[in-house]
Design a protein around this ligand. Sequence first.
Ligand SMILES: Nc1nc2c(ncn2[C@@H]2O[C@H](COP(=O)(O)OP(=O)(O)OP(=O)(O)O)[C@@H](O)[C@H]2O)c(=O)[nH]1
Ligand SMILES: [Mg+2]
Length: 247
Amino acid sequence: VIHVVVPVYNEARNIEGMIDGIRERLAGFEQPHRILIVDDGSLDGGAALARAASRPESPVEVVSHPQNLGPGAAFRTGFLRVLDSASPDDVVVTLEGDRTSDPRILPRMLRRVWEEDDHIALASCYLYGGGIVGTSLHRVGLSHIANGLMKKALGLTGLATLSSFYRVYQVRALRAMRERWGDRFITTQGFECMVEVLYRAAQLGLRISEVPMVLDGSRRAGRSKMRVLKTSFAYLRLGLRGLLGRL
Ligand SMILES: Nc1nc2c(ncn2[C@@H]2O[C@H](COP(=O)(O)OP(=O)(O)OP(=O)(O)O)[C@@H](O)[C@H]2O)c(=O)[nH]1
Ligand SMILES: [Mg+2]
């Protein structure tokens, strides 16, 4: 089974398009899929739209946090939920709810995991062939700085993109992390949680590979949900924890 986990916060304008896009790509595979939306205290009715988009051959389930807890908690909720019932050969696809995760590269990411047995495949905008368009310059700058600092602080220099939400995980890999760190395998609350997960994967020596993607910010309706200052501090804190051996 392909489990799709999508954290969303006020993405009512994008959620149906996101579901359609991923569904269209997954329809070509013989493996069944199911979509889990982790709605994090949205107030824009997106959860109802997602529920209404459920189809027998492509079920959509929504779990809701009553209030906004951040992407870290949302991924933890989503992963733990999937791990409860998934079988070891299943995979988990995570993506952004704002339509910026390009479904066209998904088959390639899945092949990495299925055929080459990579534990995790990352969509990578900093890899050769990837890129960022339709996004403001200061956001791209912040992203570069965060990626660069994190690589140095956490010893992840071999990877090009650390922060992307768009990934494919073997269920085995997520289980290995949960076995080692328990439910605290994600301790961070914000967007830095994706870097924390990679750090843990690297601690376990898991195989991680990257597939280039052009991230087109103009595909999203509405504004970014990422708060730049808050996220910058969160990255610094994560880097320090790594350097001090407190991760
Ligand atoms: N569950 C949850 N999801 C969130 C939260 N904030 C953002 N998201 C979702 O996480 C995804 C990424 O958020 P974006 O606002 O696109 O952030 P980004 O892609 O890192 O930054 P931009 O390039 O500026 O868009 C989207 O699907 C959001 O709906 C949150 O607090 N909780
Ligand atoms: Mg985005």
